[in-house]
Design a protein around this ligand. Structure first.
Ligand code: AMP
Ligand code: MG
Length: 493
């Protein structure tokens, strides 16, 4: 039998939260094969990438075999999906293999998606198809490259099994991913819905120890924890919006306690700027549209607050008042985080009164102009260097509005103590050249389904250093051609 490497697991969730999971194994599959291993991440986890690149990795990351010390389990959670509450969702096609301490001493979950049915599967088959697995791999790595907190792909393994989707028979695959934890707002909702205060408190203390260790044992820790999750989410969603990312399915079960982006399903990056941008075929109302993400984050955090009320204060009214204050702080926290990011994008280091209006003013010039959002910010750096023609060329009609805005912007920029060249360089380090453009992602996934991984690898490599121009990659900086049509994402998972 193939010898499996030693992961040095330390499974705190399994040890401390019995009642919050079902012990479970991955399915046997016909022919597990390593398709892609994230060598850099494996090394960061202190794993031997050479050991894992072949059969051993395929066996472990498909879930077929559990290495020594693993305590595989399916996590229980609930969730509001598109506003409707499901008291029991849980890992329906995923297992937590175990936790490791990485080279920096950080606790990381190793988790498999697509490893077979579990007690939480409801009607699903427990499986994942190759394209969505690679999509999560690619977009997660792109987010990481952009410096946005995210779960990351450790490996993609094919299973040798055909699985059935609306669109036909697909090759099966499993994604191994790493997260600083898989605790979600929905994890709390699971016990709150059952009225299980004891487990709820245990879970909250566990989450605090894991993500807010400074709060352990302190009085008022549950309120402080709520504040801390709120701050992390404000920061996260601000980063999404600054880069033009639409998560697409911000259900409470897809919102982490850690502040990492999780579950890349129907997500997409905007091309032309529009707060209404919404790509998911199932999001008919635009609940999770680009510009609605901060509102939804606050709504989800209010659901977390509801779970914690009983621990915030013995007096219900007081607990509600305190929690409400935290939730109401979200818009200001979000705006501050967004503005911090926007200043970077604009090459501004000083904090001046009119910066928020200035930043919003640029977005106003983009609206209705069919300007690619990502290209516009790169071209703006060109304007700082003294050539605004490429920026103007992006607009359908570079009306006076742009000139007026540019004049105000260049005047404001002149207050900075840095040279225009240095500012423009800083802007290039904050505004990506390469994002996972929808048409490029689709092309890479289609090729992968046909057995050609070259487009995937090429795109992945660009996305890993998204701010740096690479030779022969000009085509990757352009928005989709008209012929690509309006983009729709499907859960298809
Ligand atoms: P998601 O939309 O991927 O975040 O998943 C929402 C819920 O549906 C989670 O409880 C998943 O485990 C479950 N789920 C999604 N796809 C499947 C599947 N193919 N089989 C079983 N459960 C699934
Ligand atoms: Mg999910």
């Amino acid at each position: 039998m193939t010898k499996l490497p030693d992961f040095a697991f330390d499974n705190s969730y399994h040890r401390e939260l019995s009642g919050a999971y079902a012990q479970w194994q991955g399915d046997k599959v016909p022919a597990p094969q390593m398709l892609r291993l994230n060598v850099a991440l494996a090394e960061e986890l202190g794993l031997d990438a050479d050991d894992l690149a072949g059969e051993a990795g395929a066996l472990v990351f498909s879930g077929v075999r559990a290495p020594t010390g693993a305590a595989p389990l399916a996590m229980a959670y609930a969730g509001h999906q598109f506003g409707g509450f499901s008291p029991q969702l849980g890992d329906g096609r995923a297992i937590l293999v175990g936790e490791v301490l990485d080279r920096f001493g950080r606790r990381r979950d190793i988790h498999l998606k697509g490893s077979g049915r579990t007690p939480f599967s409801r009607g699903g088959d427990g499986k994942a198809a190759l394209a969505p697995v690679l999509r999560e791999y690619l977009i997660g790595e792109a987010m990481y490259g952009l410096g946005i907190p995210t779960t990351r792909a450790l490996a993609a393994v094919t299973t040798g099994e055909k699985i059935h989707r609306d669109t036909g028979a697909k090759d099966g695959a499993v994604l191994a991913r790493v997260a600083s934890s898989h605790l979600r707002v929905g994890s709390f909702q699971f016990f709150a819905a059952r009225g299980d205060a004891e487990m709820l408190r245990k879970l909250a203390d566990y989450a605090i120890a894991r993500h807010d260790p400074d709060l352990v044992g302190t009085e008022g820790r549950y309120l402080a924890f709520l504040k801390s999750v709120t701050a992390r989410q404000a920061e996260l969603v601000a980063q999404w919006v600054n880069v033009g990312f639409v998560h697409g399915v911000m259900n409470t079960d897809n919102m982490t306690i850690s502040g990492e982006t999780i579950d890349y399903g129907p997500c997409a990056f905007i091309d032309s700027y529009s707060p209404k941008a919404c790509f998911s075929s199932i999001d008919q109302q635009g609940r999770y549209a680009f510009g609605n993400q901060p509102n939804i984050a606050a709504w989800n955090l209010a659901r977390l607050a509801e779970c914690l009320l009983g621990f915030i204060d013995a007096d219900d009214d007081k607990a509600i008042a305190l929690a409400t204050e935290v939730i109401n702080s979200f818009p200001a926290l979000y705006q501050a985080a967004w503005l911090k990011g926007a200043r970077k994008k604009l090459g501004l280091t000083l904090e001046e009164e009119g910066d928020l209006a200035l930043a919003n003013g640029f977005l106003m010039t983009l609206q209705g102009q069919n300007v690619d959002y990502t290209q516009a910010f790169r071209a703006l750096a060109g304007a700082v260097r003294g050539d605004s023609a490429p920026l103007r060329a992006l607009y359908d009609d570079p009306a006076q509005e742009l000139d007026t805005w540019l004049a105000a912007y260049l005047k404001r920029s002149a207050n900075e103590s840095t040279t225009p060249e240095a500012r423009a360089d800083a802007m290039d380090a904050a505004n990506p050249l390469y994002i996972p453009r929808n048409h490029m992602v689709e092309e890479a996934l289609k090729a992968a389904e046909e057995g050609d991984m070259v487009p995937f690898d090429t795109l992945l490599k660009l996305l890993q250093t998204p701010f740096m121009a690479q030779p022969n990659a000009e085509a990757y900086t352009h928005p989709a051609p008209e012929s690509f049509g309006p983009y729709k994402t499907f859960c298809g998972t």
